[in-house]
Design a protein around this ligand. Sequence first.
Ligand SMILES: [Zn+2]
Length: 835
Amino acid sequence: MPSLTRAEATERAAAITVTGYAVDLDVTAPGDTFRSRTVLTFSTEPGGSTFVEWEPAALISATLNGTPLEPSALAGERLALTGLAAANELVVEAEMRYSNTGEGLHRFVDPADGRVYLYAHMFLDGARRIFPCFDQPDLKAPYTLAVTAPEDWLVAANGARVGEGGGRWEFAQTKPLATYFVSLIAGPYHAVTDEHDGIPLALYCRQALAEHLDEQADELFTVTKQCLDRYHEIFDVRYPFGHYGQAFVPEFNFGAMENPGIVVFRDEFIYRSAVTDGQREQRANVVAHEMAHQWFGDLVTMAWWDDLWLNESFAEYLGTRITAEATRFTETWTTFAMQRKAWGMRADQRPSTHPVAPTDVDDTALALLNFDGISYAKGAAVLRQLVAWVGDKAFLAGLNEHFAAHAYGNATLADLLAAVSRSSGRDLGAWADVWLRREQINTLRAEVERTDDGRYAQVTLVQTAPDEHPALRPHKLCLGLYDHGADGAVTRRRVVEVDVDPETDGGRTVIAELAGEPVADLLLVNDGDLTYAKIRLDPDSAAAVPAILSLLDDSLARAVLWSAMLDAVTDGERPVAELVTLVLAALPVEREVVIVEDVLRMTRTLVDRYPTPEARPAALEMLAQACDRLVAAAEPGSSRQLAGLRGLIGSSVDTARLQGWLDGANVPDGVTVDADLRWLILQRLVVLGAAGPEQIDAELARDRSALGEQAAARCRAALPDPEAKARAWEFVISDPDASNRILEATAQGFWQPEQLELVAPYAERYFADIPGMLARRTGMSGERLAVTAYPSVVVAERTRELAAELLARTDLSAILRRVVTDGDDDLRRALTARG
Ligand SMILES: [Zn+2]
């Protein structure tokens, strides 16, 4: 479909004022369409013309100011409106198509019980799939929604419910919303309600998950209330959208979406099996993130998609911060350092990197490309640095000024910078230029000269930049001095605050106050993780890490060290063998479960790609040993035990032991082999050739749930059998009707480093087939599938040649170009590491 260009959006925003939308949906008919009737009122200069975006399956009627429109007015998903009056009323009625991609009005049939569930997801430009609209973020308007649905359903939406009965739901007019925030859920949803501080609260999920939601509602409501209270403490404006509903829906592409009054989450967040506290923390963080958006995004909306970061960086920063400040999950900055920031750093070092705040988002389709680790995590890390730089009080004062000035409207980066510049009394222009308008990351490396009597002669922080992006940046950060005492404990002797200013020191910052100080066993650069940079320790500190790492009390300090190690291995500066040795020594005694989970995840990715096929089994064996020791050392039933066990299942080659766990034999104390663990074990057995289609079918017969269907698809694709691979590939590439989740699960199961000979030929197929696949699937679901199906485990020059041939084509979509560029860059690193 044609993407709205920035030029078109600017012109339309200048010409049009939208008065309101009244949308009336009927979802009672069987089949793959629903009825949509919309009355759209707007004003403009008389005599002009414009268009609305609209994608009907079958047009029933359309009138503008009472005059029927010619069918030819609708072309290319745009409805032309000409001969406009000062005040206009567009009335249209049409059959609209349900989606199976998680975009538009998604329709899901639960395999557990055959029940039908609908939810709307409009981001980024899906509103046209439900009603005709001026689909751009700066044409906000109030919405009035009515829905006719089966009588035994539940319908919830942005607005408050004002009428219900006889299969008809009517909702109050909303505050002005951007088109992409309009949402509803409809189906036999299960609801749990509560109230806090005058705000009605609700949680929704499928009936199949009802017992789990009932059990977890208390934790979800507690987190919700704690976060609401904390936002009300730091913001002058109260939560502005009336009720606060949180719906957990099937096959959702994102973690969640911040629709005012009806936040939508992926329903994997309602747990049916045992989970770790790391997973519970992640869920709490997503609750806090979406709540931050109610102010940043929903109340004050970006004018155009180039300021997507204004939404996502702030929500990421505030979500992490508010979770730590208000809930029981106090170590979220540790998670951020290990996981989210590492995601941003990887994206920032690829050829496809872009500034946090780009200026060249020329149309809506390009905006989706920037929905990545840079807009979320690098942006949040940069905000953390900004707070260190201007101080928290000034930062929050600036935000409140920003909300007051632009409530229910739109704003830009310039507006926000002006507000924080005023509140802090500092001109942020130069700071914003290097941090927000320029891509890539600096490295901060400690250089230590010592005296003969064991003191620092000079400590220098050396800042460097990649050749192609030479900008150095100002940094405010801390250096931590740690000593390994005679009693075996490690203590932080001192923290030194450092202002790195390349304007005055040219990239070599001498830490004068450390001269004469006794040398520490560990000099930790960026202690407290305040700045965004690659960290390299001085050689003596680096050598001390294996002995000191697990003795550090502060989980954030351990996370900074782990991240630096993982980053050095990713860069090929240090071998994977060194990493797995460290993992074996330090992970079994690691106390913070999110560190355990992220180290295992990252190490596993590196072990699957970096060693040669000959060297890989030994590295995997060490990883399995580390997990085994962790399971043995962890308290029975603890999160660490579960994280270790999952790692062990994924890396073990002991099929008898794995099969035993499935049969209930020698299961570690405190572990329940529940549905999700059973699938994990079975998948590993399948990969190793120790279980086949019959076992998969039998497991699916035990677990006829949505997650069961996905796990079965993943297992079938993982069978070490040429016919199974051929079937799976064909399905991923060409099935037009399958749901996004089943396709993704199949792609996940397909590529197994254990089955290299079998899957290697599909590297050629990927580059031949993927343009066609992406042409058939839309937006986010297509992109996710293209990423998941990438032949990342076929680490060979030939794979890079195929990527280069595809990239040489001039007809590639921007999304495919990005996917291949990034996948190829990962392979380049892996090949370099192999030497
Ligand atoms: Zn967000």
